[in-house]
Each structure stands twice: as C-alpha cells, then as structure tokens.
Design a protein around this ligand. Structure first.
Ligand code: GLN
Length: 487
C-alpha cells in the first residue's frame, strides 16, 4: 500500500498532510489488499464506489484545508454498525438482505471526521462468540496462522488491521469482543466505558453491556479514533454526558493493581509472557500493588445469564414481519414466525435466545436473572474497592493465544470460559485496553489495562508509553495465501 500496508494512522496523516500520498490511492490500496487476502474472510462486503468518491472529496478537502482529524484515512466498520445505503448483516442469514436506511451515530461521526469507509468486517453472528466462526459467511482466519481463529466477535476487524488490509476498524465489545480478537491478532483495541460511545444504530446484542470502540495498530491511533467516535448522543439515552477524552495525558507514576484471581489462573506460557509485561510496566516507573477481585470466578456465569436474557428480548424483533428474513409460503402466522426465525438464526444465536428466555421465565427469574444481577453488582463493587488504592489494573486478556479453528465447538461452555478475563470489566462497565505484550510460539499475546469509569485517557497514556518503550505492536504477519481448505 502507498504509505506501507502496515503504516499507522498517525504515519498516514503525516503522509497525507505532506501530499506524499492521496486518499484515493490509500483507499484503492486497501481495496486491493482486501481482494488479495480474501481467504482471510475478514470482510463481509466492500464499498469501492462510495470509498473512492469519499476519498476524492477528502483529497479536495486536504488540498484546501490541510489534513485534520481522520480526513482521508481508510478504515472498516464491523458489520454491526448501520451505514445508510450499505448492507448491514451482523453476519446473520436473518439480516443477509438488510440495507441500513440510516447511519449509526458512530458511522455518521466517522464520516464527519473525514475517514474513508472501505468495507464491513466479518464477525460472529450477532456478535455472539469468541472466535468469529459463527457468521453466515464462514470463519475469519487469523493472519498469523490461517489454521487458527482471529478471536471474536470483532475477528474480522482484528484480522483486517493485523494483515494490513486497513489501518483501523471499529469493533464492539459486550464481553470482550474488541479486546480478545485484538490480543489474538496482535493489534490494539479499546473497550470504552459503557456510555462513552453511542450505541445508536449499532445492532443490539445485550444493551446494558454493548459498547463500540476502536481497533488499530497503536494506542496513539486508538486515541485519535476515540476522539471522533465518543460523545453524548441524544439518540442513545445511556450515552454519557462527560468531557471528551483528553487529547494527551502526561503519564505520571501510577499505582497499577495486579489482581491475584487473574494471574493465578494463568498457565505457564501465558504466565511467563504476562510476568514480562508486568516487569515492563514497572520499568516504566509505575508501582505495582496486589489487589483482590474476589467475585471474579462468578463473572462468566453472570455474564452469560445477563447477556443471553438481554439478547432474547433484543432479538425478538426479528420475526420475519417487522424485521429480518421472511420464510416463504407460510401456512399461517405461527408458521411464518417459526420458520423465519428457524431459518434466519444460526445455532449459537438460538442457544442464547433459548437460555435467555429460560432465565427470564416465571419461576427461574429469581434463581438466575436476579442472582446474576446481584453478582454483577458485587463484581462492580470489587473493582470500585480496588480503584480506591490503584489507578489501573493490569491483567491478561485471554487464557491462551489464538486457538485452532473448530477447537471450541464440541462444548459451548469451553468457548464461554475463554471470556473469563474480559467479562468482569464489561459487567462493571469499565474501560479496558488490550495491547500486544509478547508472543507465544509465534502467536501474539495481549495484556489488558482496566481503568476506573471514564479513565480512557489514563489507559491510553499507559498504552502509548508502553508502545514507545517496546515493539510488540510492530511485528506483523507475512501475507498468507489461500490454503487448500481455505475458501
Ligand atoms: N464472547 C462473548 C460472547 O460470546 C463476548 C461477545 C462480545 O463481546 N460481543 O458473548
């Protein structure tokens, strides 16, 4: 790519500003690389005409006003964000033919900032999963090893950034879907505080947890993207009216909490990689302190009860009448509902709807849903207590590096357990950053920095300082080729 396929947004900004490269050239280079690496299955769709038209407009804008904000920078949206006039499928048969009639707030803001959308990325169906294997167009492949998953549910966005198809992408994180794929693919990802980024036009999975955020090569780029995505939106009543994330925070010596419940759960390889990261953070001048988050082990159970309950109600709108795939030649209304939903949804989505409906039903509501809500409050309180004595928490993102395709298919709870380190911050609504911090057997490993509510600037400053001193965000996978099994 002009400017280098693996250039950061900041580098590309400088190239655009100096007129060494143009936005059209950048957009075209992304489209070419997406086509050349199609076997990664990172994209659900591309929008070349729209991209080139917007890029031309960006070039004119740069010629007149110089480069500002995201003007002329190519990027991709996870296919969960509505973009007016473009297919928005959520990787589901249910929405295979849906063309969004309006823009998500995030999409409108990225447009207003001048960023050039080149396409929509693949994911787990309705963002339910940790491997990007459940989409209706098949599995996303990890560019570091195409026999492995890219993580999920924002696996297409992570793979696309890692493989140099785009320098940045949006993702959404309900229980880890930005952080975990970022870690599996060796890129940086930020789950903002719940309420920091508008959910309007972002297809709902679990509304009390869903949060959109940026994925890119560096924490510095995440800051740039967040500045354009964030902010109060009257169309999302849960979006927060808080000051914007600071443009740059000066990192001072911070107190960094090390939660025993996370570290004790690590295997040898991951433990060694994370220990090195912990020493590295200390080497940056920060002070480490042990903290305890005692309800951590109940987080996965609570998360799956709450998120499935919310999913079962959110997804009730796809009935083949108001929204979604409509079965042909129905016998009667009942048959129409039944077959539209049976044909439209995949197995994992059906599993969540069934579990969610069960936990909300009379007689089980108290035992499951209410209990999970109580656990959620305890988990949130654990973090608030910890943040009384530390400024941020350092934790692993995943128990292992990227696993092999199909490895977690036999028992769905194997997949759910992969989320043990990411769902607690989600339940507590906290911001959390995932940045590369090592490798195991040639596969990237990430570390997670969790902060108090709305402390994104602190997390990003830590990530930026980390990336100035280390180069774990620099290596990138060699271009892979379609293997015999890859289509
Ligand atoms: N893996 C988790 C789940 O399957 C999280 C998904 C997400 O954050 N969207 O629900």
């Amino acid at each position: 790519m002009a400017g280098g396929a693996f250039a950061t947004l900041s580098e590309l900004r400088a190239e655009l500003a100096a007129r060494r490269v143009g936005a059209v050239e950048l957009a075209q280079a992304c489209l070419d690389r997406i086509a050349a690496q199609a076997h990664l299955n990172a994209f659900v769709s591309t929008c070349p005409e729209r991209a080139l038209a917007r890029a031309e407009a960006a070039d004119r804008r740069i010629a007149k006003e110089g480069q500002t904000a995201l003007v002329g920078l190519p990027f991709a949206h996870k296919d969960i964000f509505c973009v007016q006039g473009l297919p928005t499928t959520c990787a589901s048969n249910m929405l295979a033919d849906f063309v969004a009639p309006y823009d998500a707030t995030v999409a409108a803001r990225m447009d207003a900032a001048g960023a050039v959308l080149v396409g929509k990325t693949n994911m787990d169906e309705f963002a339910m999963g940790s491997s990007s294997e459940t989409g209706h167009l098949g599995s996303v492949r990890n560019p570091w090893d195409t026999g492995r998953v890219a993580g999920g549910s924002s696996g297409g966005s992570a793979a696309a950034v890692a493989a140099g198809l785009v320098p940045a992408a949006t993702g959404t994180d309900t229980g880890g879907s930005i952080r975990q794929p970022a870690a599996f693919c060796g890129v940086s990802g930020l789950k903002p505080t719940y309420g920091r980024v508008s959910r309007y036009g972002m297809i709902a999975f679990a509304s009390s947890l869903d949060q959109g955020g940026p994925m890119a090569r560096t924490a510095e780029d995440l800051r740039l993207l967040l500045a354009c995505m964030e902010g109060r939106d009257p169309r999302d009543s849960t979006s927060a009216d808080v000051p914007p994330t600071a443009a740059e925070a000066t990192p001072r010596p911070l107190r960094i909490g090390i939660p025993g419940e996370y570290w004790d759960a690590l295997g040898t390889d991951m433990g060694t990689a994370l220990d090195a990261a912990r020493r590295g953070i200390e080497g940056l001048g920060h002070n480490l302190a042990a903290v305890s988050l005692p309800h951590t082990r109940a987080a996965v159970a609570a998360y799956y009860v709450i998120s499935s309950a919310e999913a079962s109600t959110n997804l009730s709108r796809y009935d083949g009448v108001r929204y979604g795939h409509r079965a042909s030649a129905p016998k009667d209304l009942e048959d129409l509902y039944r077959r539209s939903r049976s044909e439209g949804f995949g197995d994992e989505v059906k599993r969540r709807i069934l579990t969610g409906a069960y936990t909300l039903s009379v007689g089980y509501y108290d035992a499951y849903y209410q209990k999970a809500q109580r656990v959620r409050r305890l988990i949130r309180q654990d973090f608030l207590d910890a943040f009384a004595s530390v400024d941020a928490i350092l934790a692993p993102v995943t128990p292992t590096p990227a696993f092999e395709l199909d490895a977690m298919q036999a028992d769905p709870t194997d997949m759910y357990r992969q989320d043990a380190f990411t769902v607690p911050a989600s339940l507590a609504g906290l911001p959390a950053l995932s940045v590369p911090c090592g490798q195991i057997g040639g596969l990237p490993v990430g570390m997670q920095l969790i902060g108090p509510h709305f402390a994104e600037d602190r997390l990003l400053a830590l990530g930026e300082a980390w990336q100035r001193e280390t180069d774990w965000h620099m290596p990138h996978p060699r271009d892979s080729r379609a293997g015999p099994e890859a289509t």
